[in-house]
Design a protein around this ligand. Sequence first.
Ligand SMILES: [Zn+2]
Length: 446
Amino acid sequence: MDLKGFLTEYVSHRSVSSDGALESGMAGARGHLMAFFKELSIDAKEIKIGKHAVIFAKTEQVAGRPTILVYGHYDVQPADDVDLWDSAPFVLTERNGRLYGRGVSDNKGCHASILAAVHGMVTAGKKLPVNLKFVLEGEEEIGSCSMPQFLIQMKDELAADFALVADTWSLDESNIVITTALRGIVGCEVELTGQSRDLHSAYGGCILNPIQALVDMCSALHAEDGFVNIPGFYDGVTCPSDWEREQVRRLPMDDGKMRELLGVKWFKLPDARFSAAETMRFLPTLEFNGIEGGFQGEGIKTIIPRCASAKITCRLVPDQSAEKIQRLLSETLEKLCPKEMSLFMKFEQAVNPYFFDVANCASETLRHAMGIVNGAVRDVFGATPLYLREGGSIGLVTELKEILGIDSLLIGLSTAQDNIHAPNESIAISMLEKGRKFFELFFSRL
Ligand SMILES: [Zn+2]
């Protein structure tokens, strides 16, 4: 299959899931995928539960073979910042060995390299050595909101030994990363109201200011050393094993280099035993994402504002429970709230952390597959992969585990150079081609 040709059309479909005016781009991308499966006589259908249909396809299922659920998403981020692009975002353009276009790395190119591997095997007349099921969704960039319902509804049809997901990061082509864990997340909006209206600050001195009270509450959520100051918050946090720390040490980046990359002057590390690279992988967090209150206009307005609000999110690590952290955070905020004020909390985005225990995973097929991955990555990319926990969250991977009971093999083909979600998104042609070769090798060795 001509990967560049495939992507030229795929990228030209403006499949921006958040933009209601681009429904035809979503349909175009689905049509392109459906045509791909039709050409290979692979059974495929569109299943619509939420806003944008999921493409579900499956090859002929033969008993006794490993069954793999391939996940990807055909929707992309908006490209409203056209002026900042060096070439039109929806016209695939080649420059210096890279392909440029919205979605070419996240995620069209990455799952296209799996499709290309399948295409190569089928058209060469080889029998596919594995049973494949494809789930290509169109709502990833808007939070995969219908996926839990899709997984529940399709549970029997989706049964597989494990999932294969190419939607994470690697460092570069010779440092491929297999992601072994994802942090969970709990989000909360907090609003603190003092009195019924904004008051002239001439009344000040005898009235508790909601901004001050909210800041006091927020600052009480961390201890001075940087640890989260919520009783029970760290219950269940598991210590990383020695081999995991060893993998982090293989990263060709020390804390100094990382500070430079992130543009921060220093790292505040709560636990001196962990470097920054370890802290963001092994420890949970509580962060303030936004804070608002009072007068924000030009100049000065002398008021005591009626209310103040903040947005807080926690990143969770294995084996914390999102539900429990939500409860503890809510109880702590209630306790910290001055009794004269009213507190309103809105919780959203509760996702449990995900951990894939490479050494002890339950599926024998997946254990076998992991051995093959190691060798195939070495043969194609030149070095064995790094097995790393990731600081971010992918709710879908947790749902695959919780609803379907399967682990995910997360192999990253995107790199930091790809500028995903930003202008001039791109991917190296060599990465796509190596990806195709890797998946072909992986499937045939399985
Ligand atoms: Zn994305």
